[in-house]
Write a protein that binds this ligand. Structure first.
Ligand SMILES: [Ca+2]
Ligand SMILES: [Ca+2]
Ligand SMILES: [Ca+2]
Length: 928
C-alpha cells in the first residue's frame, strides 16, 4: 500500500478547445466559453491514491537537489505503523514518473507509559489525519496531524485534541516531531514566515492573525465585519498581485452569504483581496470576487500561481470544490493587474470524476508557482480528495505575437493600370498591399512553428469577389511563416481589381483582412506542450481600400435623382387585360455619379409586367422582375454610374388584368435608387389608374324580308282562318343584343314594339317569339290570338296562290268610307296602336349575346284593300342595361346614352326599287 498508481495522464472529459484558423470570431467565442488559456488540460497528469485515503487532501511541491516532485497528503491512508488505523500519510510523487511512495515521517506506533504501574496508552495516532496539511520550504517538509491527541486527565477519545507535526529536513534524511499545530489554514510566506487563518475563532466571525516579519498582526477591524459563519480566513494566500514589490493578501470566505434578488440568503463564497500599500498597511482592492454558484464554496482554497501568463502580474487560482456541473468542483484562474485581481477568470478547470458517494472536492487543495517541467512557466497542482486524486496542470508557453497590415495605395484607380496581370493577353490594373508580421514571446521554442495568413474580402452583397491576389488569382492567400523568437518577418502580396463588367459594387469599401494563428498541427515542444497564442492577441486585422469614383477629390458622390412618369391611359376597365405603357424620364441633376442606379417599379397586385417599350426614341433598358414576399417589383439598370447630367427616356409595358372589385384605383410606385451614401434616391412617383366598369352593348336588328310585295304571290283570301299563312305574308324581326365588353353586364331589358292595328284595321298578326340566350319575354298582347295552326318552317314563304280579283273587290267595298289608313303612310308606334314585348336579359359576359326573333303575319286583307299605296311600317326596340356585377358603379350605363335603333319595314303594292343601307343596327331604305 505504499505506492499510489500514477501518474496516469488522462485525456477523457473536459471541454477541449480547438483552434479554428479561418474563423477568428468563432475562436474568440470559444475562448469565452471554455475560458481556456495556458494551463494545458489535455496533457494534464493525474495521480490516484488508495481508495478512501483522501489522497489529494493537501498538495505541495517539493524541490529536491536535482528535481521538483509533488507531495500529496492522504490523511486517511493506512501506513506500516504498527496497530495504527488510518494514521494518514504523505506521498512523494516525481511528477514525470509513474510511481508515488509514502514518506516515512513516523514509523512508530502509539506510545505507552507506565502510570501508577499500569502500562497506559498516552498517545493516539489512529485517525489522527496525518498529512492533512503538508508544506515545504527549501528541502524541508512540514506535515501535520491535526487530530492527534495526547492522553490527559480526560479519558474520552479526541477530548483534548492537540495535533502534532513532523518536520523533514535535509531532503528527507532527517525526521523530527515538531510543535503542535493549530487547526486551520497555514500559509508559509515566501520568506518562510507563517500566516495562520483562524476561521472558527472569535466566536465564529472569522479573523486573521499571524506573524509578519517577526511581529504579530491583526487585520484592521473593518475586515472582520463579515457575516457570521462566512468562514472568513478559511484560506489565506500572500503574493504580490499588483507588482509593486509588496506581498498582498488574499482571503477566502467560502461560506459568505449574500441576499439574492428574491430576498433569500445565498451562500456564494467570497474572496477578499487586500493590497499592501506600505508595511502592514493593507487596503481592500477595488473589487472583491464573489462566487457564482450557491454552495460551491468559492474561496475554500487559494494558490498563488506566480505569473502564469507572463504579463508581469502574479496570478491566483481559487478553488470552488463543490462548484460546476454535478458539484464536481472547479478551479478558477484569475489574472492579476495593477488594481488587484481581474473580475472574471481567464480559465476554468473542472473536476472530471463521477463520484458515487462523496463529492470529488476537486480544487479543495491547490498549490502553484513552481515550474515542474522547467519550461519557464509555473504549473499547478489540484487535489480532489473525494476521488483520491491529484492533478498536475502544466502551463503552455505563450506566444505574444503581433501583426500589422498596410495597404498601399488605398484607392483603386480603374483608369491607371500599374501592375500587370497575365490572363491571356490582358493586363489589368492592380493595387498592391503589403503586410508585415512581428512575433515574439517568452520561453518560446527555438522555432515558433507556423503562422497562417488569410485575406478575405468581406462583402455580403455580392458573391463575386472584386479583388483577387495577383499571383494566385484567388480571393484568399494562405501563407505559412516560420518565425524565430523576436524575429520580424514581412511579406508582400499584391491584389488586383477585376474588370469593370464583372462586378457592380464600386462604392462599398473592399476589405482586406488578415487572420493569423499558430499552426494547430505544429509539433509539441520538448516538454510535450504546444504553445498558445496570448488570448489578448488581435488575431484579425482589417484594412480597406476604395475604388476611385468620378466624384472629385473627396471621392464622395452626391447625385440628385429626378423621375417623371407618363402613361398612355388613366383608366382601366373591369374585365379587360388593360394594356398599359409607362414612359419615364430619369435624370441625375447632381454633381456626382449615381452608382448602381436602378429604377424600382413596385407592381400593384393587379398588374403584370409585359416588357420593355421598344421605340427608337427610348433607351432600351435591362430590367429584371423580382418578387419578395408579397411584393413584386421590377428593377431596371440606369447606369453604374448614372453620370451627372444624364437624362434618359425609357418605357415599360404592363397589363392590368386582375382588378379587384373593391379598389377604385390601381397604383404603380416608381423610384430611382442608387447605392450612394448621400442623396441616393429620387422621390417616389405614384402613377395612379382609375378602375371603371364599362360595357359596349350593341343592338342589331333585321327584318325578313326587307319588303313585302303586294299583292302577295300565291295568296288568296281564305274564307276562314285556320292556318297562320291564311293571314298574309310572313314578317320576321330578328334582334341581337351583344356585350362587346370589356365589363360584364348582369341584367338588362329589351323592349320591342310593332304596329298592331290602325283605325280599326289590323296591320300585323304577331305569331310567336323565339329566343336564344338568357332571355325571358312577356307581353300584354296575346300572340297568335286566333290560335291558328303555326308553321314549323318560319323562314320560307310557301304561300303561292293569289286572289287578285277578290282583293279588288274588297277595296272597292271600303271606298264607301273615308279611309283614314289610306292617308297614313308611316305606320309607326307614335301614330298607330302597337303591340309590346318586354324581355329580361340575364348575365352577359364579354362577347356574349342574346337573340330575339318575333314572327308575325302581315294582314294581307288590310293592305290589299288599299292597293297602290305604299306604307312604311316601323318597329321600335329599346334596351337598357340595369346592372353590372361590380361594387364600382359603371361610368356609363349603356341604356342612358345609347339610342334605340329602329327597324323600318317598307311595303310596296307594286315593285319599287329600294336601295338599302345596312349598318348592323340601323336598317334604312330610301324609296323612289
Ligand atoms: Ca503588492
Ligand atoms: Ca499574470
Ligand atoms: Ca512549467
Amino acid at each position: 500500500m505504499g505506492t499510489a498508481p500514477g501518474p496516469s495522464p488522462t485525456r477523457s472529459g473536459g471541454k477541449r478547445c480547438q483552434w479554428s484558423v479561418w474563423a477568428v470570431p468563432v475562436v474568440a467565442l470559444l475562448l469565452q466559453l471554455c475560458a481556456a488559456f495556458n494551463l494545458d488540460t489535455q496533457e494534464r497528469v493525474v495521480f490516484t491514491g488508495p481508495r478512501g485515503s483522501y489522497f489529494g487532501y493537501s498538495v505541495e511541491f517539493f524541490t529536491n537537489s536535482s528535481s521538483i516532485s509533488i507531495l500529496i497528503g492522504a490523511p486517511k491512508a493506512n501506513t506500516s505503523q504498527p496497530d495504527i488505523t488510518e494514521g494518514g500519510a504523505v506521498y512523494l510523487c516525481p511528477w514525470s514518473q509513474a510511481n508515488c511512495s509514502i514518506i516515512n515521517f513516523d514509523k512508530q506506533g502509539d506510545r505507552y507509559f507506565y502510570i501508577n504501574d499500569v502500562n497506559t496508552q498516552v498517545e493516539f495516532k489512529s485517525h489522527q489525519w496525518f498529512g492533512a496539511t503538508v508544506r515545504s520550504h527549501g528541502n524541508s517538509i512540514l506535515a501535520c496531524a491535526p487530530r492527534y491527541y495526547w492522553r490527559t486527565e480526560h479519558d474520552t477519545p479526541f477530548s483534548d485534541v492537540t495535533g502534532t507535526c513532523y518536520l523533514s529536513v535535509d531532503s528527507l534524511k532527517t525526521f523530527v516531531e515538531f510543535a503542535p499545530c493549530r487547526t486551520g489554514e497555514l500559509t508559509v510566506m515566501t520568506d518562510g514566515k507563517v500566516v495562520l487563518g483562524g476561521p472558527g475563532s472569535f466566536y465564529w466571525q472569522g479573523e486573521l492573525t499571524g506573524m509578519w516579519n517577526g511581529g504579530d498582526f491583526y487585520l484592521p477591524i473593518d475586515f472582520s465585519f463579515n457575516r457570521m459563519g462566512s468562514y472568513f480566513g478559511y484560506a489565506v494566500a500572500a503574493t504580490d498581485i499588483n507588482n509593486d514589490g509588496l506581498d498582498d493578501l488574499v482571503v477566502g470566505a467560502p461560506m459568505f452569504m449574500r441576499r439574492g434578488s428574491n430576498g433569500r440568503l445565498e451562500e456564494l463564497g467570497k474572496v477578499y483581496v487586500y493590497l499592501q500599500r506600505g508595511p502592514l498597511l493593507l487596503e481592500p482592492s477595488r473589487s472583491h470576487l464573489l462566487g457564482q454558484q450557491a454552495f460551491g464554496r468559492f474561496g475554500t482554497s487559494l494558490a498563488p500561481l506566480g505569473d502564469l501568463n507572463q504579463d508581469g502580474f502574479n496570478d491566483m487560482a481559487i478553488g470552488c470544490p463543490y462548484g460546476g456541473d454535478d458539484q464536481h468542483g472547479l478551479v478558477l484562474i484569475y489574472n492579476g493587474h495593477d488594481g488587484g485581481l481581474m473580475d472574471t477568470p481567464t480559465q476554468t478547470l473542472s473536476g472530471q470524476w463521477a463520484s458515487s458517494s462523496f463529492p470529488d472536492s476537486f480544487g479543495f487543495a491547490l498549490r502553484g508557482n513552481k515550474d515542474l517541467d522547467q519550461n519557464g512557466y509555473p504549473d499547478l497542482i489540484v487535489g480532489a480528495f473525494g476521488a483520491d486524486k491529484a492533478v498536475v496542470y502544466r502551463a503552455r508557453p505563450i506566444v505574444s505575437a503581433s501583426a500589422s497590415l498596410t495597404v498601399q495605395p488605398t484607392m483603386f484607380n480603374q483608369e491607371e493600370k500599374t501592375c500587370e496581370l497575365f490572363t491571356g493577353n490582358e493586363t489589368i490594373a492592380v493595387s498592391c498591399i503589403s503586410f508585415c508580421l512581428l512575433a515574439n514571446g517568452k520561453h518560446l521554442p527555438s522555432h515558433l512553428g507556423k503562422v497562417q495568413l488569410d485575406s478575405v474580402k468581406q462583402n455580403q452583397k455580392e458573391s463575386i469577389r472584386r479583388t483577387l491576389f495577383l499571383d494566385s488569382q484567388q480571393p484568399s492567400l494562405l501563407k505559412t511563416l516560420s518565425l524565430a523568437n523576436g524575429q520580424r518577418s514581412c511579406h508582400d502580396a499584391k491584389i488586383y481589381l477585376r474588370a469593370e463588367e464583372e462586378f457592380r459594387d464600386k462604392l462599398s469599401p473592399i476589405y482586406i483582412s488578415l487572420n493569423f494563428s499558430l499552426d494547430p498541427h505544429a509539433s509539441v515542444d520538448q516538454h510535450g506542450l504546444r504553445p498558445v497564442l496570448n488570448y489578448q492577441t488581435e488575431q484579425r486585422i482589417e484594412q480597406k481600400a476604395q475604388i476611385q469614383l468620378d466624384c472629385g477629390e473627396d471621392n464622395i458622390c452626391v447625385p440628385d435623382l429626378k423621375l417623371a412618369v407618363y402613361g398612355d391611359r388613366t383608366e382601366v376597365y373591369l374585365g379587360d387585360e388593360n394594356s398599359l405603357s409607362l414612359t419615364f424620364n430619369a435624370r441625375n441633376e447632381g454633381e456626382g455619379g449615381a452608382y448602381e442606379a436602378e429604377l424600382y417599379v413596385v407592381l400593384p397586385p393587379e398588374a403584370d409586367y409585359s416588357g420593355i417599350a421598344r421605340n427608337v426614341s427610348l433607351t432600351q433598358l435591362t430590367c429584371s422582375y423580382e418578387a419578395e414576399n408579397q411584393t413584386r417589383y421590377l428593377v431596371c439598370d440606369l447606369g453604374n454610374p448614372m453620370k451627372s447630367a444624364t437624362s434618359l427616356w425609357a418605357g415599360l409595358r404592363f397589363t392590368v388584368p386582375r382588378l379587384k372589385y373593391t379598389y377604385k384605383t390601381v397604383e404603380f410606385e416608381l423610384q430611382i435608387r442608387s447605392k450612394n451614401a448621400n442623396n441616393s434616391e429620387s422621390e417616389v412617383v405614384l402613377y395612379e389608374l382609375q378602375v371603371a366598369a364599362m360595357a359596349d352593348v350593341i343592338l342589331q336588328g333585321v327584318s325578313l324580308p326587307d319588303k313585302v310585295i303586294f299583292p302577295p304571290p300565291n295568296w288568296s283570301v281564305s274564307q276562314s282562318l285556320r292556318e297562320e299563312q291564311d293571314i298574309g305574308p310572313e314578317l320576321q324581326q330578328v334582334y341581337e343584343l351583344v356585350n362587346n365588353g370589356p365589363s360584364v353586364v348582369s341584367q338588362s331589358t329589351l323592349e320591342v314594339r310593332c304596329p298592331l292595328r290602325a283605325y280599326g284595321h289590323p296591320l300585323l298578326y304577331p305569331v310567336e317569339v323565339l329566343t336564344e340566350g338568357p332571355l325571358s319575354c312577356s307581353s300584354k298582347h296575346t300572340f297568335n290570338a286566333l290560335k291558328l295552326k303555326v308553321r314549323t318552317h318560319t323562314h320560307t314563304h310557301t304561300h303561292t296562290h293569289t286572289h287578285t280579283h277578290s282583293l279588288v273587290h274588297r277595296i272597292q267595298r271600303r271606298e264607301l268610307y273615308r279611309d283614314l289608313l289610306a292617308d297614313q303612310g308611316n305606320l309607326t308606334c307614335s301614330a298607330v296602336e302597337c303591340w309590346q314585348l318586354q324581355c329580361n336579359v340575364g348575365l352577359l359576359e364579354r362577347g356574349a349575346s342574346v337573340i330575339l326573333s318575333v314572327r308575325s303575319r302581315v294582314w294581307a286583307e288590310t293592305f290589299i284593300e288599299r292597293a297602290y299605296k305604299q306604307y312604311v311600317m316601323e318597329c321600335s326596340v329599346q334596351y337598357r342595361v340595369n346592372r353590372m356585377p361590380y361594387s364600382i358603379p359603371p361610368k356609363l350605363k349603356p341604356s342612358g346614352s345609347k339610342k334605340v335603333p329602329s327597324s323600318e319595314i317598307v311595303f310596296f303594292l307594286v315593285s319599287y326599287k329600294c336601295n338599302e343601307l345596312v349598318n348592323f343596327s340601323v336598317f334604312t331604305c330610301e324609296c323612289q
